[in-house]
Design a protein around this ligand. Structure first.
Ligand SMILES: NC(=O)c1ccc[n+]([C@@H]2O[C@H](COP(=O)([O-])OP(=O)(O)OC[C@H]3O[C@@H](n4cnc5c(N)ncnc54)[C@H](O)[C@@H]3O)[C@@H](O)[C@H]2O)c1
Length: 315
């Protein structure tokens, strides 16, 4: 498949590095902004374009765009790509509001195009067992769940868009969205939502999702101290506790058995961002490419994206 990469900053480079290892994920060029992106494209021997139409003139057989620009630009690039009959891969968050995301989905529907939102945790061995365990019912009902996602204050993004709420949505839209996507796709849409924020240490958020018979607690923060990136969870079921501590995924079963999950990856690729080398993005892009080439819908459902954005809009 011929893919036009849009943006070549932190995530653009991650997508490029991973795509280079995936047979058939052919990045034909880059749409970027200014000399910085142009030079980064040159370093990778990639043709550089200032827009989608310019790229289409050079490569009329582009199948899809892969949008890795700052978040506030996702909607316009997605709509433009769809209007040119291209499918869309887009970094999370797809958009900064439900109404923007709905516009993208309606345009895609009209043109018969597909939208693949890169919610990377869906493709990981660390997080995908949550939904499977809930759905199987093997360990009974969920009793309680806790998710955490913490990072040093981000300094890596280009310009100041990440610290501008109207452009990134800050911690809820940029960081917590990873866990919220897993929460909503595993447990459904919560009945109630509450949150609190402290800006004393950076930007620290605490969330509570009410599911009636149980609650899901979550924290996410950009902290003004050099803490390493961490992402963990713990889910208590009636007959077992599933824990991921950032290194190991285990199910502690009632009765004393401990199940150790295999969370190793065949391919580990450096990210260059504040995420350690990982197989996550490789697995994600490989699966998206397979769906794209078979003209299949994304397994990140549009309704789930709208539910997640609808919750984030409240914060
Ligand atoms: N899935 C993940 O784990 C993950 C991690 C980090 C960021 N992200 C997401 O990826 C997106 C990009 O984040 P980033 O950290 O790579 O940002 P970044 O600032 O490092 O990179 C943005 C890139 O887009 C380019 N750009 C800016 N304006 C443009 C325009 N008008 N047209 C084309 N290109 C333009 C910039 O020059 C740069 O190359 C965000 O939506 C963010 O939420 C996802």
């Amino acid at each position: 498949m011929n893919i036009l990469l849009i943006g070549l900053g932190g995530m653009g480079k991650v997508h490029y590095a991973n795509a280079s290892d995936i047979d058939g994920f052919n990045i034909v060029g880059v749409v970027g902004k200014g000399d910085f992106d142009r030079k980064e494209a040159e370093k990778r021997a990639l043709p550089f374009f200032s827009g989608i139409d310019e790229a289409l003139k050079a490569f009329p057989d582009i199948d899809a765009v892969d949008i890795t620009t700052p978040t506030f630009l996702h909607k316009d690039y997605a709509l433009e790509a769809i209007s040119r009959n291209l499918d869309v891969i887009c970094e999370k968050p797809l958009a900064l509001s439900t109404s923007d995301a709905s516009q993208i989905f309606m345009a895609a529907e009209e043109k018969g195009r597909r939208v693949y939102c890169a919610q990377v945790l869906r493709y990981t061995k660390e997080y995908s067992p949550i939904r499977k365990t809930v759905e199987s019912g093997k360990y009974g009902a969920v009793v309680d769940a806790v998710f955490s996602r913490m990072s040093a204050y981000p300094e890596w993004a280009t310009g100041s868009w990440l610290s501008d709420k109207s452009k990134s949505g800050l911690v809820p839209f940029d960081l917590h969205i990873h866990d919220l996507d897993i929460i909503v796709s595993s447990f459904g849409k919560p009945l109630g939502v509450s949150s609190s924020e402290s800006t004393k240490c950076g930007d620290y958020w605490s969330f509570c999702y009410d599911y009636g018979s149980f609650k899901v607690h979550a924290e996410a923060g950009w902290i003004k101290a050099p803490i390493p990136f961490s992402a963990t969870y713990r889910i208590i079921f009636e007959r077992g506790v599933l824990t991921y501590d950032g290194s190991f995924l285990k199910m502690y079963e009632e009765g004393g058995e401990v199940v150790n999950y295999d969370i190793s990856y065949d391919k580990i690729i450096s990210t260059g961002i504040n995420v350690p080398p990982t197989g996550w993005y490789y697995e994600e892009l490989k699966e998206i490419l397979s769906l794209l080439s078979e003209k299949k819908e994304s397994n990140v459902k549009y309704s789930e994206i709208l539910d997640v954005l609808g919750i984030l809009e409240k914060f």
